[in-house]
Design a protein around this ligand. Sequence first.
Ligand SMILES: NC(=O)c1ccc[n+]([C@@H]2O[C@H](COP(=O)([O-])OP(=O)(O)OC[C@H]3O[C@@H](n4cnc5c(N)ncnc54)[C@H](O)[C@@H]3O)[C@@H](O)[C@H]2O)c1
Length: 402
Amino acid sequence: MEHICVVGLGYIGLPTAVTLTLGGFSVCGADIQPAVVETLRAGRAPVAEPGLDEALAAALASGRLTFTCETPEADAFIITVQTPHLTQSDGVRCADLRFVESAARDVAARLKPGNLVVLESTVPPGTCRRLEAWLAAGSGLAEDEFHVAHCPERVIPGRILRELAENDRIVGARTEAAAHLACGLYRRVATGGRLRVTDDITAEMCKLVENTFRDVNIAYANELSRVAERLGIDVFRLIELANCHPRVNILSPGVGVGGHCIAVDPWFIHGLFPDDTPLIAAARHVNDQKPLLVADAVQRRLAPGARVCVLGLAYKPDIDDLRESPSLALCRALRARGVPVAACEPYAAAAAVDDFDNVPLDAALSYDFLVLAVGHTLFKERRADIAARPHYDCTGVLSDNS
Ligand SMILES: NC(=O)c1ccc[n+]([C@@H]2O[C@H](COP(=O)([O-])OP(=O)(O)OC[C@H]3O[C@@H](n4cnc5c(N)ncnc54)[C@H](O)[C@@H]3O)[C@@H](O)[C@H]2O)c1
């Protein structure tokens, strides 16, 4: 397993390709977007991630990393394409596996006996079995002539390169041979973490239950924030005090839950087992509703005609990822209530995001009312300036003296 093809060069695929290259493999990264491939060939990373520019430069300098739009032949293929959710005709949301299926088709066209295909994308249970079938149908090989494993990616944006090396990895496979090959590959790069081998379905579920655990716990915190608003007490202080108990660990409320993982993955379980998972669906609804409740709370505090600036559109601090952004949902909700609203997202270069003006922080400070939606470091550093303006804090940053 010396020649690796990483299929999909987004937030996960690119750092993975770079890490594998620096671990000594020859890597070809494939992406269907020509603009992504061109940017990478010019030595620039299309996604912002600490340390990635330097690591990319080192990987390219090694001569072992190339980029292409066409999936090439390889010893092992690592699929890291996106897995969004879609709403079915009955209204239940589930995983959209079109990107995985299309990546499988591309890999199948190159598949040779003995190859390993690792699915890193987050998927519902049973997807690896479907992947095997897609690969067999597309390649003409029998399912026992190639190997499939699922190694779900569990890194967090902002620490991806570090966690790729340090995190424990789940290696799930239907056969021992596939698990053995996948372990051989990851052992060379996951140098600080343990490889934990299991079957493919447990591995698929493991990633989903981790994110669902967080979604449910955050929903509890968000629900508490509603009660605290009614009681006129500070929810962050309430949770801080409750967490002093040795067996309580409530997560933090916020403007909502966003991103490609926590706001999406719970649907992959609920979509398959809707009758068995009412708690998971309830948590999703609580978290999806939160931006609307923040809009109500802000509106109650506004003087007539006041202009609002929402500070932070990314789904978490210090990253540029706006997918499933609850702050954007808040902006839309405020506009729908007739409130003039702009945004301040220092990680987005554009002058407007989703039709909302994106202003620098100094300009934002002249708005009548500020909503602190994301705890970016830049905002923490200007905490006093923000707190001096009429504001609503979704993050707890302004009451946190640490
Ligand atoms: N972003 C995260 O923080 C994170 C963390 C853990 C797990 N994950 C999971 O990892 C997977 C990838 O997420 P991401 O954030 O990197 O997605 P992304 O959208 O940033 O990147 C996916 C890339 O795959 C490319 N692609 C799609 N179909 C392709 C094909 N057939 N061939 C080649 N390229 C193709 C797209 O053009 C895109 O560049 C998802 O399943 C996600 O849930 C993401």
